[in-house]
Design a protein around this ligand. Sequence first.
Ligand SMILES: Nc1nc2c(ncn2[C@@H]2O[C@H](COP(=O)(O)OP(=O)(O)OP(=O)(O)O)[C@@H](O)[C@H]2O)c(=O)[nH]1
Ligand SMILES: [Mg+2]
Length: 344
Amino acid sequence: MQAESDFVDYVKLRLEAGDGGRGVVSWRREKYVPFGGPDGGDGGDGGSIWMEGDPQKWTLLDIKYRRVVKAPSGEAGKPRCQRGANGEDIVIRVPIGTSAWEEGSGAFLGEVLRTGERVLLAKGGKGGRGNYAFRSPTLRAPDFAEAGEPGEKKVVRLELRLLADVCMVGPPNAGKSTLLSILTRARPKIAPYPFTTLVPQLGVVEDERRRSFVLADLPGLIEGASQGKGLGLRFLRHVERGAILLYMLPLDHPNPALLLEKLQAELKTYHPLLLEKPYLIALTKADLVPIDERKKLNLPAANVPQFFISAVTREGIEELLSALRTAVERFRGKAKVQARALPS
Ligand SMILES: Nc1nc2c(ncn2[C@@H]2O[C@H](COP(=O)(O)OP(=O)(O)OP(=O)(O)O)[C@@H](O)[C@H]2O)c(=O)[nH]1
Ligand SMILES: [Mg+2]
């Protein structure tokens, strides 16, 4: 899939919406009308800056290098009551799952969750009124006009939370990328050492009936991630919006139940609600443990759905897939954790 540096899920941008154009003071000049009345037109509105959900995007990379985004100002009004042209709006295309906050105040500006959905990031200033607008029976010759309002200027931070249906959470080397490559067309790097995957990878799992769901392969999580060990908790923000977690517990680990507890402890440090998400467990690399020896393993509590799977023998893959589909249908769109800013 994409190279590591292509994946950007956090950017800060300076936004300068357009100023409103000024209204003008002007007087009618007609041949046989010696004292023409006011005819100064209003200024146009300044352009606003929006973000819009684009399903073709999965990273904020191209925005990262823009740094400053400016919308044009409105034109000044003109004589003969003509309004100045509006400054055009600027639309920044972002991946679905992008949220925006204003720096400083921390105000939440909104989140795009659907294709084409727009969120206003910085509002253009309204155009000022020209002197024509101020005429009245008592004021027949107003000799003043309004300046345009300034457009909003602010720094915003955009954060992406991938909208995956299923997020794989596991230690490094658990076989997460391997499972992604079996179930989807994604071709993540797979290797027998930890931290092969450095940024989240997504794949779409499809079946003959063309029902599909999005599976996310997140970088491996180790004990102490909440203190910054390994890749830390940075990528857990993508779990926030996931409907279902799939814990990946490799059977070359001596104690899968304990491993699960450790993973859950790290998730909890990031956000306790992550533990309330529905989850399934895959006991991976099942080919390494013969069936009669599996009883000796310290497995997670029996009431949690768990599947022995193997990429080598394909054991359990179909069963896991069908359980995932059922769970996705049931829980999709019900993620409890709402968008919020990361501590900076
Ligand atoms: N025996 C066996 N090996 C497996 C299985 N699945 C994956 N592996 C191997 O385990 C190693 C790690 O696999 P990856 O899929 O890269 O693991 P990962 O969880 O993505 O690891 P990170 O990206 O480092 O977090 C690779 O050498 C795989 O070939 C399996 O079912 N059985
Ligand atoms: Mg990997």
